[in-house]
Write a protein that binds this ligand. Structure first.
Ligand code: NAD
Length: 300
C-alpha cells in the first residue's frame, strides 16, 4: 500500500486562512494591524523572488508589509541603523533580514541586532537559547512548519523515535529542539554519521534537511514511518526537454512512498509551510507585543 501524501499546500492554506481570520478580528475589534518588514541587501535573483512572495503573502493575510531594498554595497552601520529604526517602529511587529547577506556584512551581528521579540525568523541568539531551554520563543519558520505537519498527521508525537538528518542552525538544530519539546526520542544525523541507513531505520519520524537530491533511500525506512522532506534541490530533467530542470527533495520519493506510512512531496510539502509560518510568527509577535491572547496552534 502506498504512503499517505502529506499535502503541504493544503495545510499551509489552512494555516494562512487561520492567520487571516485572526488578523481580521484583531483589526476590527482592537484596531491592531500586524506589520512585517523584510530587508533585502543586494540583487540576488532568488532572494528577490523570496522577498516578493513574502510581501505578497503578508498583504493577502491583511497585514502591513514593508520592503526595504538596499544596495549591495550598503555598509554595516547603514543596515544596523535601519534595523534600529524598525526595532523602534511600533507599527512593525516582525523584522526579517533576507539571508544570505553580501560577504562584507557580518550576518551574526546583523541578525542579533533585531529586537528578539520581532525576530520572526527565530535566528536571534536569545530565541535560539529560549527554544533550547524549552521556553516560549520565536521559532524558525521551516522547522515550525514541519512540526505543524507532524502534529496534524499524528496528533501526539509523544514517545516516537525521530531522526533528524542535518544539523544546520536554520532547520536541523531547531527541529531537534521542537521534537524534544513534543516528547520524541530524537537522534541527530549529519555528514559524519556512521551507517546512516541503520540510524534512519530506527525512526518512526524522519526529517531530512540535507540538500542532497534523493539521498534517503526507500529501503532505509522503517515500514510505516512518517517522512518529512525539507530538501529543495534543482536537478536536470532532460525528459522535460533540453536544458530543463525540476525540483526534488532529499528523499527518493518514488521508492520511499512505497515503504513510508506518510510522506511530504517536493514541491508541495514543507516549502509552502515556511511562508505560512512566517505569517503565523508575525501574528504571534504582534499579539505578544500588544498583550493580547495568541491564537492557538500557530506556534510550538
Ligand atoms: P545546510 O547545508 O546548512 O545543512 C545541511 C546539513 O546536512 C548539515 O548539517 C550536514 O551535516 C548534513 N549533511 C550533509 N551531507 C550529509 C550526508 N551525506 N549525510 C548526512 N547528513 C549530511 O542546509 P540547510 O540550510 O539545513 O538546508 C537543507 C535543505 O533544506 C536544503 O536542500 C535547503 O534548500 C532546504 N531548505 C528548505 C526550506 C523550505 O522552505 N522547504 C527551508 C530551508 C532549507
Amino acid at each position: 500500500m502506498g504512503a499517505t501524501i502529506i499535502d503541504g499546500r493544503d495545510f499551509a492554506a489552512a494555516v494562512r486562512g487561520k492567520v487571516t481570520g485572526h488578523v481580521t478580528r484583531l483589526a476590527s475589534e482592537q484596531g491592531i494591524v500586524p506589520g512585517l518588514a523584510v530587508v533585502l541587501v543586494g540583487e540576488d535573483p532568488a532572494s528577490q523572488v523570496y522577498v516578493r512572495s513574502k510581501g505578497k503573502a503578508t498583504v493577502e493575510a491583511g497585514m502591513k508589509s514593508v520592503e526595504h531594498n538596499l544596495a549591495a554595497d550598503t555598509s554595516e552601520s547603514e543596515l544596523l541603523a535601519l534595523i534600529d529604526q524598525l526595532n523602534n517602529d511600533s507599527s512593525i511587529h516582525g523584522i526579517l533580514v533576507q539571508l544570505p547577506l553580501p560577504e562584507h556584512l557580518n550576518e551574526g551581528l546583523v541578525v542579533n541586532a533585531i529586537d528578539p521579540a520581532k525576530d520572526v525568523d527565530g535566528f536571534h541568539i536569545s530565541n535560539v537559547g529560549l527554544l533550547g531551554t524549552g521556553r516560549k520563543s520565536m521559532v524558525p519558520c521551516t522547522p515550525l512548519g514541519c512540526l505543524m505537519l507532524l502534529r496534524n498527521h499524528h496528533g501526539s508525537l509523544s514517545g516516537l523515535d525521530a531522526v533528524v538528518i542535518g544539523r544546520s542552525n536554520i532547520v536541523g538544530r531547531p527541529m531537534v529542539q521542537l521534537l524534544i519539546g513534543d516528547s520524541c526520542t530524537v537522534t541527530v544525523a549529519h555528514s559524519r554519521t556512521r551507517d546512516l541507513p541503520e540510524v534512519v531505520r530506527r525512526a518512526d519520524v524522519v526529517v531530512a534537511a540535507v540538500g542532497r537530491p534523493a539521498m534517503v533511500q526507500g529501503d532505509w525506512l522503517k515500514p510505516g514511518a512518517t517522512v518529512i522532506d525539507v530538501g529543495i534541490n534543482r536537478v536536470d530533467a532532460p525528459e522535460r526537454g533540453v536544458g530543463k530542470t525540476r525540483l526534488v527533495g532529499d528523499v527518493d520519493f518514488e521508492r520511499a512512498s512505497r515503504v513510508a506510512g506518510a510522506i511530504t512531496p517536493v514541491p508541495g510539502g514543507v516549502g509552502p509551510m515556511t511562508i505560512a509560518c512566517l505569517l503565523a510568527n508575525t501574528l504571534t509577535a504582534c499579539c505578544r507585543s500588544n498583550g493580547v491572547p495568541e491564537p492557538e496552534g500557530l506556534t510550538a
